[in-house]
Design a protein around this ligand. Structure first.
Ligand code: G6P
Length: 596
């Protein structure tokens, strides 16, 4: 969702801002803009559409050489994507960009800005700050935000305070980064990695005052706040395409390496699961809360934990959790899974768990993200920056980490031999993923059979059903083909009426215990003309129920599904590629969903 960038330094500010916005494109957006300090005031250039269009508009605007400004990519919430609704917004002395939602903007508008130009809550935020402004930016911002209900990360410029950016946040992400004689603001680390790796994480109730030479933090009383300067452990390369056509493909091919890192970290030293203040023993139930693919990773986690540790696990779609009045007990554990650590619904679920005094564990990819800071304990997936909107490598790491956690929770339930077998399975997983990737061409060829289809059905049983859900989401996200996932046994209770000549049906067969049952279901759809693709082990004969087969290495344990999902990620990628879709930034989608 919305991306923010800010700059003060010796470089040409529009170049830095637009370069930063390009790095933030992956968050998902539909308009973009910048504001810079020129000699005679603040100048705003903004447009509906892509950053490339903004770049051309900025070139035409022939801005003077300027050294400080703010930029924004907007994912429309209040009002359509348009030039007018794009950020930055200016009211009086104030120009600002905003990520989040000011929920009470209607009431504030009535009092402070009854005739706005745009449809946005952001313009109202600018008006409130301007109304509070009597020459002191700090006071004006703190006074204004005390009236805001909702979430915000704000970067604010005042036309009479040149070359200074003021920033504050509540719930929405924002970092302040320190360079050499230049400083930056951004929604996240990849946007500034090519300049610096050192950054601060502002907390709610703090205001950052950023100039070329200085970064200062103050609290609401105006007292200076000392903050820890953090160092990003992601390198710049991680946020580049490195020769791949798309970030998604690059990230799929990074899967063996990032999985190895994640597995090594937790497997070699299970004491990493220990924390003096956090007990992993669970006497009650485990609740998993997450959204999108992270929810699907949670389903895989449920399977592994229930199978190995025999602890009841309830998986919740995070956006439903808090409205369901969930039954929570102090002996329970709530596990929140999130790549970004910023998903508003997941954060709200954790907040609710904490209100019920239930321990919370975050499975997070982004260090220092809101979830990492909010959860009682955090385990990091080591997927590195994920840029493509459709998650691949982060999802895989989430699943592997949940499976490792299941082994930890199982403790002495596992015999020494079972434990050793599990460890071998984890050790060989990166290699098995490599093998799955080597079937890239098979996936590419099968994809050609999907490009002209309107509907695809994915099915499976057990873990293969969770996998089907993720594979189906991947396909629809990036190729815009309608797809659905079904528990294989459920198909005949309705969906089978949709199967006609050449309807594509995709199934994974990794769970040996249920394989024959799924094969029977595949025969049912095959008999009705379906075009069946299966992902399964080399030694499974598929000729009498499948048209195409993608082979994966055999592994009789909970990790068996991971190579299968990789091949289906590739399948989705090639379908979208052959359809000419915008793979890394699918329409309407945002990578980090910071609103409810
Ligand atoms: C968005 C993304 C999905 C992601 C979901 C949860 O919808 O497009 O790819 O799975 O959010 O994101 P999170 O950062 O919490 O894992």
């Amino acid at each position: 969702m919305c991306g923010i960038i800010g700059y003060a330094g010796g470089r040409n500010a529009p170049d830095v801002l637009i370069g930063g916005l390009e790095k933030l494109e992956y968050r998902g957006y539909d308009s973009a803009g910048i504001a810079v300090f020129e000699k005679d005031g603040v100048r705003v250039v903004k447009t509906q559409g892509k950053v490339e269009r903004l770049r051309r508009k900025v070139e035409r605007a022939a801005l003077a050489e300027v050294h400080c400004g703010i930029g924004h990519t907007r994912w429309a919430t209040h009002g359509e994507p348009s030039d007018t609704n794009a950020h930055p917004h200016t009211v009086g002395h104030v120009t600002l960009v905003h990520n989040g939602i000011i929920e009470n903007y209607h009431d504030l508008a009535a009092k402070y800005h009854p005739s706005p130009v745009s449809d946005t809550d952001t313009e109202i935020a600018a008006a409130v700050i301007n109304a509070c402004y009597r020459g002191d930016p700090q006071k004006a911002i703190f006074e204004a935000v005390s009236m805001f209900h909702g979430a915000y990360a704000l970067c604010v410029m005042f036309d009479d305070k040149p070359d200074t950016v003021y920033a504050t946040r509540c719930a929405s992400p924002l970092i302040v980064a320190r360079g050499e004689n230049e400083n930056f603001l951004a929604s996240d680390v990849p946007a500034i990695l090519c300049y610096t790796k050192r950054y601060y994480l502002p907390e709610q109730g703090e205001l950052a005052i950023v100039t070329r030479d200085d970064i200062r933090f103050v609290d609401e009383a105006g007292n200076p706040v000392e903050k820890e300067l953090k160092t990003a452990d992601w390198d710049e390369d991680a946020a580049q395409k490195s020769g791949y056509d798309h970030f998604m493909l690059k990230e799929i091919f990074e899967e063996p390496r990032v999985l190895e890192q994640t597995i090594l970290k937790y497997k070699n030293d299970f004491s990493i699961f220990e924390d003096e203040e956090f007990c992993f023993e669970v006497k009650g139930n485990i609740h998993i809360v997450a959204c999108g693919s992270a929810y699907h990773a949670g389903l895989m986690g449920k399977y592994a934990i229930e199978k190995l540790a025999r602890i009841p696990v309830i998986t919740h779609i995070a956006s439903e959790f808090r409205y369901d009045d969930p039954i929570l007990h102090p002996d329970d554990l709530v596990i929140a899974i999130s790549q970004s650590g910023e998903t508003a619904d997941t954060l709200a679920a954790v907040r609710l768990a904490k209100e019920h005094n239930v321990r919370t564990l975050g499975i997070v990819n982004v260090r220092g993200s809101s979830l990492a800071r909010m959860a009682d304990h955090t385990l990091y997936t080591l997927a590195g920056p994920e840029i493509a909107v459709a998650t691949t490598k982060a999802y895989l790491c989430q699943v592997a980490l949940m499976q490792l956690l299941a082994v930890k929770l199982a403790g002495h339930r596992l015999t020494m031999q079972e434990y050793k077998d599990m460890m071998v399975a984890f050790e060989t997983l990166p290699e098995r993923i490599e093998t799955a990737l080597s079937f890239r061409e098979t996936a590419e060829n099968i994809a050609a059979r999907f490009v002209d289809k309107e509907h695809v059905f994915f099915m499976g049983r057990g873990q293969d059903f969770s996998l089907a859900m993720e594979a189906s989401l991947k396909l629809k996200e990036i190729s815009y083909i309608h797809s659905e996932s079904y528990a294989a046994g459920e198909l005949k209770h309705g969906t089978i009426s949709l199967i006609t000549e050449n309807t594509p049906v995709v199934a994974s067969l990794t769970d040996s215990a249920r394989m024959q049952k799924t094969i029977s279901n595949l025969k049912e759809v095959k008999a009705r003309g379906a075009f069946v693709t299966v992902v399964t082990y080399d030694d499974v004969a598929t000729d009498d129920f499948a048209d195409c087969k993608i082979s994966i290495p055999r592994q009789p344990d909970v990790t068996a599904t991971l190579p299968a999902i990789v091949t289906l990620q590739l399948l989705s990628y090639y379908v979208a590629l052959q359809k000419g879709c915008d793979i890394d930034q699918p329409r309407n989608l945002a990578k980090s969903v910071t609103v409810e």
